[in-house]
Design a protein around this ligand. Sequence first.
Ligand SMILES: Cc1cc2nc3c(=O)[nH]c(=O)nc-3n(C[C@H](O)[C@H](O)[C@H](O)COP(=O)(O)O)c2cc1C
Length: 196
Amino acid sequence: MSETLAPWRSLLARSLHLNRALPNARYCQLATLTLEGKPANRTVVFRGFREGSDCLQMITDRRSEKIPQILQCPQGEICWYFPKTREQFRLSGTIILITAEETHIHHRQARDRVWQELSDAARLQFAWPCPKQPRPDFPVAFTPELPSAKEPDENFCILLFEAMTVDHLQLKGNPQDRTLYTRTHSGHWQMEAVNP
Ligand SMILES: Cc1cc2nc3c(=O)[nH]c(=O)nc-3n(C[C@H](O)[C@H](O)[C@H](O)COP(=O)(O)O)c2cc1C
């Protein structure tokens, strides 16, 4: 993680702020590669930046299909459109998985914190039956005991997304503005205005 914040981070934060009246502006699409090397894409909720870094936080269930995909290939792409400001961010980078087995103290603390900030309804989903398995006919399976609000459920994972390139397209304006941000080996960001 870099010590100084990336130049695109404040633009993304600004877009989130300007689009804050739209609840779905916090939804982005996260693409990974299946074990067969095919694209797999799904909607996830952005859960804020990891404190003091450019890493984007998301949560997921460790029983979901994306987990083995990320373990095999931790590369992913996020695509995010902000309707009010009419901008798209495409972030390509590495996904860091934080599970119940995490040993790094800061990662463990972050996992606890994010879990504690969730609503009861969101926490409950981690105690539901396994994703993508045939649906049981007994509804009781979906009314488990409410998980602890303090201790994360063992299925609860955090995904940290560390961008290596960011492609920012702003539709407002003629011609439209497109800027590429690329992280160098030394951790600095290069910025280039390109044709849309
Ligand atoms: C609006 C919306 C928000 C979602 N948020 C999340 C999320 O934050 N984390 C998550 O794992 N899945 C989320 N999902 C479900 C995923 O899109 C997906 O169906 C699920 O994670 C299983 O994906 P996988 O089989 O590729 O792992 C959301 C779906 C929608 C429609």
